[in-house]
Write a protein that binds this ligand. Structure first.
Ligand code: GLU
Length: 552
């Protein structure tokens, strides 16, 4: 009996690998095009660190007119969650990171290199496992759980490297006859790689992010086909990335130490190995130290967090590009309005160690991003968000014309307002512009420098009687507030007051603060002239009168 006969015995009904090699043609892409992928388990959950990898992978593929695909790695069925693919696709969609190929829902897919779900590729893995068996590069292993446990204990007691290798690999040197006999007897087995590696030899690897790294060769006879008939991640990724034409494996650096094994697998299978880029994780500061952003401990580790908070996707992506390449910030300064597509991402400029997560920075970017939106765009996004997360805001936004006026205040000019960083800010940001909200609750009037009730009343009264005219243009409107300041005993120019502050108890700015507080209940608002225009005469008068009543 030879290896081939043993392989036939184990996999009697599988196709020759030539069939698959022929079926999955080499991709017809321009020189230098990068083909890469996102390969999650179907847990439904997308971690910010994975989104980071996806942003990078999709970007380098796009930059080179390549392909970015989604492959679902469901060979570890313990990790599977119902509708897990849908959850992942939704997160990618929320961020505009749809793949070019791959699963499109739980069962459908697009692209010519599928199936894109590993559990549907069993016959393919079997063909390649058989191919290795035929050459004696893999073998059936009959070790029972008890045997493996005993081996582990012995290794631990003797303080030697754990694993199934060398002298510990009990079934590695079984003759084909012995193996066949055990199979005939119905003993259960798995398939292991017969590793040709030696721990005392080194391999050199050039990682696109980590640079040159040396590793000992892999000498572990790792499992390639498990007892449930499915492949392990290591074996499956090698077969898949080969057949799917992956040129670059871009993944988390927790896989860096698997590189010697992966390169060995590619070599033993006779495949050209892809290039590898191992991305450092996003870190979080804790008790003066650093740790990985954790799915368990940090709500912001889930990308759904950003959608729920209403942080625009562009802001999250811009933030991720920011931590990906340190030259991004300078590029953004020079090209404040450029599309992110115009930024050329370079893998070899990525940091070798993990960037620190910074929500303040994300919100800051989001503020700038939103400040560039038109009122219409803000309306649409805020409304979409409110539909899912905030009924009250949704109700406020029913009157679209009015909402557009509110969002239009100080917008579309050279220095647009920068006071919204997420859609969940909007309600608090605009509610005072709605009479129903403003009068519907107890109003507080945080008067500032001018707080004497008599003085406040005088200012408000005179303003309504002698100065307020809704048809005034901005200059006239402001001149009238200056006149009012003068009439009520304040400096009409801030500059004058600064020169001789003892001469007046305050200046025109303090007077306009009185009006602002009376109108809005706030000390800080966008342009008051525009606010009054949007509120309209009736509401302005009603608000100023209400404030006076309050002082009685
Ligand atoms: N399924 C693996 C994971 O979720 C994929 C790693 C890879 O990209 O090769 O970590």
């Amino acid at each position: 009996m030879d290896y081939k006969e043993l392989a036939d015995k184990i996999f009697p009904n599988v196709k020759e690998i030539a069939y698959y090699e022929e079926k999955y043609k080499k991709r017809d892409l321009p020189e230098g095009a990068i083909v890469t992928r996102y390969a999650p388990s179907p847990t439904g959950f997308v971690h910010l660190g994975s989104l980071y990898q996806v942003v990078i992978a999709k970007k380098v593929a796009k930059q080179t007119n390549g392909v970015f695909f989604l492959r679902i790695e469901d060979t570890d069925q313990k990790r599977e969650v119902e509708n897990g693919v849908t959850g992942i696709l939704q997160s990618l969609k929320d961020f505009g990171l749809e793949p070019d190929e791959g699963m499109t829902d739980e069962i459908h897919e697009k692209g010519n290199y599928g199936p894109y779900k590993q559990s549907l590729r069993k016959d393919i893995y079997e063909a390649y496992a058989k191919y290795l068996l035929e050459q004696g590069k893999a073998y059936p292993c009959f070790a029972t759980p008890e045997e493996l446990e005993e081996m582990r204990q012995k290794q631990e007691a003797a303080k030697i490297r754990p694993g199934y290798y060398g002298v510990w690999a009990k079934y590695r040197n079984l003759s084909v006859e012995e193996a066949a006999e055990k199979i005939d007897k119905g003993e259960s087995y798995i398939i292991r790689l017969k590793s040709p590696g030696r721990e005392d030899r080194k391999i050199k690897h050039h990682d696109l992010i980590k640079g040159n790294v040396d590793f000992p060769e892999n000498d572990q006879d790792i499992v390639i086909i498990k007892a449930d008939g499915l492949p392990t991640y290591h074996f499956a990724h090698a077969v898949d990335d080969h057949l799917m034409g992956t040129t670059h494996v871009i993944r988390g650096d927790e896989w860096l130490s698997s590189v010697p094994l992966h390169l060995q697998l590619f070599q033993m299978l006779g495949f050209k190995a892809p290039k590898y880029a191992h991305i450092a994780p996003i870190m979080k500061e804790e008790d003066g130290g650093k740790r990985k952003l954790s799915k368990r401990k940090d709500p912001e580790a889930a990308v759904s967090y950003y959608t729920e908070m209403g942080i625009p996707k562009e802001a999250v992506i811009e933030y991720l590009l920011n931590i990906a390449n340190s030259n991004f910030e300078a590029w953004r300064k020079q090209n404040p309005d450029a599309s992110l597509d115009d930024f050329e991402l370079q893998l070899n400029k990525m940091s070798v160690s993990g960037a620190l997560f910074d929500i303040v920075k994300i919100l800051d970017i989001a503020k700038t991003v939103i400040s560039k939106y038109t009122a219409e765009h803000i309306y649409e996004e805020a409304y979409k968000w409110a539909e899912n997360y905030d009924e009250e805001l949704k109700n406020l936004l029913q009157d679209k014309d009015y909402a557009l006026k509110v969002f239009g205040i100080e917008r579309g000019n050279v220095k647009p307002r920068k006071d919204i960083s997420k859609w969940s800010d909007v309600k608090e940001n605009i509610e005072y512009m709605y009479d129903s909200e403003f009068f519907g609750r107890e109003i507080e009037y945080p008067y500032q420098k001018i707080a004497d009730p008599e003085k406040v009343k005088e200012i408000l009264q005179k303003y309504i009687q002698n100065y307020y005219a809704p048809e005034d243009d901005k200059q006239t409107w402001f001149d009238k507030i200056k006149d009012l300041a003068e009439e009520t005993g304040f400096a009409r120019e801030v500059k004058e007051w600064k020169k001789e502050p003892e001469k007046w108890p305050g200046h025109v700015g303090d007077v306009s603060t009185v009006i602002r507080v009376a109108l809005t209940g706030r000390t800080n608002t966008p342009d008051m002239y525009e606010i009054m225009q949007v509120l309209g005469k009736e509401s302005v008068i009603k608000r100023l009168e209400k404030a006076q009543e309050f002082l009685k």
